[in-house]
Design a protein around this ligand. Structure first.
Ligand code: PHE
Length: 339
């Protein structure tokens, strides 16, 4: 019995159509069975070969073998492609992994303290002002009634950048800068960095923060100063805090005081932070000296005012119970992360 030789071109086209459709490993396996399985298309062709007339058999057999090789190669290639596709199309994400904790930044304890100070004073009608870190000796000293021979102006106390130019030793020059620009009433606070030639120890560093306060109007008195400082202390530390004013001297205020807060760490019984006195010195304050008003063109017969400083680092230390000021400037994250 003889048969027509199979139409190998037609069969190859059919095989290619089948292969073209498979895009997953499972479909590929189905197609492989359809082509090369026991009842497969190509298997069928090979089986038919025996029935061909002897004259055509070798030539057709050779073609059929080549076709089978091409189909096998195409299947192998498809297998490679579908498994690669599988890898990229399936997410590489392991849902059982613990989530990544986002890095949350936070404000430095000094910044947090300044923000709180600003909030409290804003609530009492103060505006926030700023001045430069690098000052002239006019703003830092002369306009603040501090004479040429005052010890604070010494090279051993102040960082000079150049002749007459220095790193401000306090925030008080901001008083002058604000009053030069504005006529009374003036009610500002001015937080910022200050610099002094100090050897670092538990309570001194060469750069530190102050907040200046200034209130100028008609008929401002010492009572207003004491009231505002006390209200601030109670707002920040609670109603139990006590405030103490001691006579002092500053060239730019008259009369002048230094003021202390009762130590919130030991509540007055004595600890290393308050040096066993029960009180922590915060800064100085006083009624603006008429000489300062003259320097900015305010009439001291009409206006009075008070000014105060505030050691921000000291307030932060009481608030967060820090016993060494240097910790605030080492930028050790193990320390800073606690606040
Ligand atoms: N500037 C002063 C200091 O740094 C503090 C102060 C400010 C005193 C305002 C009086 C008035 O010590």
């Amino acid at each position: 019995m003889t048969t027509q030789p199979p139409d190998l071109k037609e069969i190859e086209k059919e095989a290619q159509d089948l292969l073209g459709e498979c895009d997953t490993p499972r479909k590929l396996e189905e197609v492989r069975v359809k082509l090369l399985g026991r009842k497969g298309l190509i298997t069928g062709v090979m089986r038919e070969l025996g029935r061909l007339p002897a004259e055509v058999r070798p030539a057709v057999g050779k073609e059929a073998n080549l076709l089978r090789e091409r189909i096998e190669a195409a299947l192998a290639e498809k297998k490679r492609l579908t498994s690669e596709e599988k890898e990229v199309s399936e997410p590489l994400f392991d849902y059982t992994l613990p989530g990544r904790t986002p890095w949350l930044g936070r404000s430095h304890p000094i910044t947090q303290t300044i923000i709180e100070i600003e909030d409290i004073f804003r609530g009492m009608g103060f505006e926030v002002a700023e001045g430069p870190h690098i000052e002239t000796d006019y703003y830092n000293f002369d306009a603040l009634n501090t004479p040429e021979d005052h010890p604070a102006r010494d090279l051993s106390d102040t960082f000079y950048v150049d002749k007459g130019i220095l790193l401000r030793t306090h925030t008080s020059p901001v008083q002058i800068r604000v009053m030069e620009k504005k006529s009374p009433p003036v009610r500002i606070i001015a937080p910022g960095l200050c610099f002094r030639r100090d050897t670092p120890d538990a309570s001194h560093v060469p750069n530190f923060f102050q907040t200046e306060g200034l209130y100028v109007d008609r008929e401002v008195s010492v009572t207003d100063l004491k009231g505002v400082i006390t209200a601030f202390a109670r707002e920040l530390f609670g109603p139990k805090i006590k405030v103490r004013f001691r006579p002092h001297f500053f060239p730019f205020t008259e009369p002048s005081v230094e003021y202390d807060f009762s130590c919130m760490i030991c509540e007055g019984s004595g600890c290393p932070v308050c040096k066993r006195t029960g009180w922590v010195e915060i800064s100085g304050a006083g009624m603006v000296d008429p000489e300062v008003f003259k320097a900015v063109g305010y009439d001291p017969e009409i206006y009075t005012g008070y000014a105060f400083g505030m050691g921000v680092d000291r307030i932060a230390m009481i608030k967060y119970r820090i016993n060494d000021i240097r910790l605030l400037y080492e930028n050790d994250l193990r320390f800073l992360r606690q606040f």
